[in-house]
Design a protein. Sequence first.
Length: 165
Amino acid sequence: MKELGEYLQDTRRSNGVSIEEAASDLNVDVSYLENIESANVRAFKDVYYLKELVKSYAKYLGLDEAKIQDEFNDFLFEHTSKISLDDIMSAKKKKEEEERLENTKKIQSPYTKEYKKKIRKLPFILAGLIFLIAIIISIIVIKTINREPATTSELKGIEVYEYTY
């Protein structure tokens, strides 16, 4: 990136354009162009924004955009492939910690506070018990209705007469 930044800076100077004029024409802060020319990529939070800014800066200077993009992509690949897994994990932990601290610092009013909806279990338990009791009672009633009357040895052989009036 150092070579690319120097190349952009040399081209800008050879065209007779000041860095303030270029920043004004591109509608960006002067510090962005200074950071690109000095290869300070850590000043940019978003790599995609940096990539688009380098592309538009190259176009503004009348350079071959595709060539500049290829050089930038090569730098980006080399830069990102050298990041160790430990660095990535520590950055991730740091970001999570910052988010956690940010979430705990939020001021919540009763109007904006999110309440968790409590599920009341008692109505479900009572409904289940009532359902079980109803099933047990219906089984008992069905068994008593379907029960045959007890026959004893004394009643055997006695005929039942029907009376009609």
